[in-house]
Structures are given as C-alpha cells and as structure tokens.
Design a protein around this ligand. Structure first.
Ligand code: ZN
Length: 505
C-alpha cells in the first residue's frame, strides 16, 4: 500500500506534466496570434489539436482517478498539507471534467476552433456573417454537446460558465446583470443632463507609432511589469498569456490616430501580466500555482486600466512623461482635462472601445445571446438580427454592418462561449477590491501621484496573486476584502466617479 507521501509525489508529477503541456498549448496560441504567417493556419490547427488531445489523454488516465480516490480516504485526507489538499481538489476538478469528454470530441472542438478563428478573421474583414455562419454553427453545436457531456443542475449554460469561473451559474448572473443594467441606465440618464464636455480630440491627433511604442513600454514598467520576465508584441486582438512567472507575454495594438488604444490596452494587459508574474514561484509547476479564474484575472486588468489608469493620481506622475514624448499634441493639457478625456461616456458599437459605464451593457447583451444559443432557443443564422435588436434596446444604436456588430469579437470563433460574463465579473471584483484597497492604503493617491505603485502592488501580490488556486474565487475575494462578492461596489464606484467627473449635483 502506497503512503500518502508516495501518492502525493505521484500526483504532483502527473499534474506538473499537465501544466507544462498546457503552457506548450498557450505558446502555440500566442505564436498563432503574433508571429505565424497566414498560410500556417491549417498546420497550426492540427498541431494544437494534437497537443490538446495529448493533454486530455494524459489527464484522463484511470491511474489518476485511483490516486485521487486513495488520497480522499479519511486517514490520508487529514494528513495533507494545505497546499497538497488544494492540489488534490484542483486535479480532482480537472479530472472529473475531462473524463466526461470523449477524446475524439476534444480533438474535434480544438480543430474546429483553430479553423474557426481563421474563417472568422476573413468574414470580419469582408463584414459577411454568412461566410462565418456554417463554422459558428458547428462550434455552437459542439458547445451544446459539451454542456450535455459535462452535465448541469439547472441550465446547460451553467456547464460552460463553470469552465471559466468555477461555480458561476445563470441563477447568480441573471439578477446581478439585471441590477447592473438598471443602475447603468439610470446613471446614463443622469449623465445626459451634464454640461461637462470632455475634449475628445486630445487623444485622437496624429501620434507617431514608434514613439507610442516606447510610451507603451514605459507604462507597463510604471505599473511594475518586469520586462525581463515578459515581453510585449503586436496583435489584432490583444491578450496576455503566462508561460510561468518568468515568461509572461503581453500583446497590444496601436493606431496612429488614437493614443488611447495603446495606452489603455497596455495598462489592461499589463494588469493581467502582473497577476501572472506575481504567482508564487514556490508553487510554479503545480496546479495550484496558476491563476484561479478568468473573473479574478480580469479584475486585475481592470483595476490597473480603469481604477488606477483612468484617474488623476496616476497621471499626475505620468502625464508629464507623455507630454515630453508628444509635446506638440499634449503641451499645456492639465491632468483634469486629460482624465476627463479618457473618461468620455458615450454608447458605442464596439465592446473593446466602450467606456467604463456602458461596457457592461455589451457583456449583458452577449450573455443574453449565449444563454439562448446554448439552450437551443435561438439559431445561429438569427444572430445578426438578435444582436441588432439587443443593441437598440440596450444602447440605442444600430450597427451598420456585421463587422461592427455580431462579428466584432473572436470569442465564439475560438469556442469561448461562457467567457464573456467573466469580463463584467472582473469589474465587479475589481470594484470590491478597490474599496478594500482604499480602506487599507490611506496614502494610495499620494503614492500613485509620486509614481510609487509598490504599496498597491504588494497588497495585490499578497492577497490575490501569490495564493494562485489555494482558495476558490469567491473565498479569495472574501479573504482579500473581508466580505463575500457583492456587485453593489461596482454600481456605487461608477456612480461616485462619474458624478464627480461630470459635476452631477
Ligand atoms: Zn482582459
């Protein structure tokens, strides 16, 4: 009979191999989005399916189930350290999910997604949803099947939500989104009565691309991102990906006629990167030494992009550096003018360009569509009409074409149905963390105005980054802030911030 120590050694070795294979898969994805020539797509789809298939095969070996069962027996369970208990819990979760999916299905979904993204790319360029529809229909069908394989208690969409945010359900999200939509509509109504008008032209002048790039690197360094343990590259749809705390890839895009794209893209992805670089090196290579959920990940990007990056203290230190790089465009601009310009609120068509107030409406729209798609309540071919109908209802706008409507995001093409809600969940978590940070760090504004991010970063490192998966997302937020997740923090933060900026009452 194997001892607890022997079983744990075996489980750690198995999970470490899975972590490394997962990183190989992410590296393939990063390369596909940054470096790969267009004609590499077909071969890459095969390579990614091969690695995903291998990962799934390794994860579903019956021996893993035996080791997990043996470690779950009462005398052994009590002998586990906190970290080992978390490793057992996390491998159990992934094993239980994986054994429900046939290997051929995993390979088919991976290949359909890798091909889907290339088909979507061309369809978006041509602004023709019909070109993407057959591919999307196949992917949606596979995701419906996946929900059936994985199982659920109430709603098939729950099975997909859980893949990105463990424990998240329609029953939690629907009331949260309803309340958030109401408070957003009320705030937008009040903002329409404001006489304050941001100067939109500040950021939309001619900004040299090479100088922008240097500014982008300066900004990620300014928030504490270590460029010896990461890099920044160009892509069309920015993301960040971690290959371990020592190798974190950020991607970004830039436009000559809009400085905000690169500045806030870099702060956003830089926030993701700080989380990945801040994972505990002692836990690296274990399943617990990874980010805990996409909602928590997004809370880190939003916190730096919006809560820090769209407020005055950060720019008291950094605006002069921007002005030194772009004197012709920004000389004489005050911090107040700049901050107002980067907080212009206006309903718009594109999610990634949306302001903090209207952003969540874009997510709620996608949630409504995905939930109905997975429940087989709407058909893929009806999506452009449904999209436009919801855009009119939520934002009062009608997209002129598919490119600026239903085709704008890559998520569905890569099989990421269930992913979108984690963006708003990230905003909810970020607002709650921000309340706790302001309570715990009374000198925060003065620190940021002096270019000192260390107190804030240390707070996040200790409470959010280093624990990795030691705790579940809800418990992590509760431990960090002292109370369970509560969306009221976000509504209050938005109301206070924009009432102040727009001089309401
Ligand atoms: Zn993000």
């Amino acid at each position: 009979m194997a001892t607890t120590t022997e079983l744990m050694t075996e489980l750690r070795a198995v999970s470490s191999e899975l972590i490394e294979l997962g990183r190989v898969s992410r590296l393939q994805g990063w390369d596909q989005e940054t470096m790969m020539p267009p004609k590499g797509a077909v071969g890459r789809a095969r390579q990614r399916a091969a690695v995903q298939g291998l990962l799934h095969e390794r994860l579903t070996r019956p021996r893993i189930g035996e080791v997990l069962d043996a470690l779950a027996e009462p005398p052994r369970r009590g002998e586990l350290s906190q970290i080992d208990a978390a490793i057992v819990r996390e491998v159990r979760r992934e094993y239980d999910l994986a054994v429900k999916l046939p290997n051929a299905f995993v390979r088919e979904l991976t290949q359909a997604s890798a091909e889907g993204v290339e088909i979507w790319r061309r369809a978006r360029e041509e602004s023709r949803f019909v070109d993407f529809a057959p591919s999307l229909e196949h992917i949606v069908h596979l995701k419906q099947l996946e929900a059936d394989y994985l199982g659920y208690a109430d709603h098939p969409y729950d099975a997909l939500l859980d893949l990105y945010e463990p424990g998240l359900t329609v029953a939690t999200l629907t009331p949260l989104f309803t309340a958030l939509r109401q408070s957003t509509v009320a705030l937008l109504d009040r903002l329409r009565g404001s006489t304050v008008t941001p100067d939109r032209r500040l950021l939309t002048q001619d900004y040299d691309l090479a100088t922008q790039w240097e500014i982008g690197l300066m900004l990620v360094r300014a928030i504490g991102f270590d460029l010896d343990a990461g890099r920044v590259d160009r892509t069309t749809h920015p993301f960040a990906t971690g290959l371990g705390p020592g190798d974190v890839r950020l991607t970004t895009r830039q436009r000559r006629d809009n400085l905000a794209e690169l500045v806030f893209g870099n702060l956003h992805e830089g926030g993701h990167g700080l989380y990945e670089q801040g994972l505990d090196p002692d836990l690296d290579g274990t399943i617990v030494g990874q980010y805990v959920s996409l909602g928590v990940h997004e809370s880190q990007s939003r916190l730096w992009e919006n809560f820090v990056g769209r407020d005055a203290p950060f720019w008291q230190f950094n605006l002069p550096r921007l002005q030194a790089a772009f004197p012709a465009q920004l000389a004489g601009v005050t911090v107040e003018q700049f901050v107002l310009a980067v907080n212009r609120v206006e309903p718009s068509l594109i999610r990634v360009e949306a302001d903090e107030v209207t952003y969540n409406l874009h997510i709620i729209l996608r949630y409504e569509i995905e939930r109905r798609l997975i429940a087989r309540e709407v058909r893929t071919r009806d999506l452009p009409d449904l999209w436009n109908e919801l855009m009119r209802e939520y934002l009062g706008l009608t997209p002129p074409d598919d490119r600026t409507g239903v085709l704008q995001d890559t998520h569905w093409a890569i099989g990421g149905i269930g992913y979108f809600p984690t963006y708003t969940l990230g905003n909810v978590y970020a607002a709650q963390l921000w309340s706790a940070i302001r309570r715990d760090l009374p000198n925060l504004d003065a620190d940021l105005a002096a270019g000192q991010v260390a107190p804030l970063l240390d707070w996040l490192r200790e409470r959010i980054h280093r624990p990795g998966r030691l705790y579940q997302p809800v418990e992590l937020i509760e431990r960090a802030t002292g109370s369970p997740p509560d969306a009221a923090h976000l509504a209050r933060y938005l109301d206070e911030k924009f009432s102040r900026l727009y001089a309401l009452r």
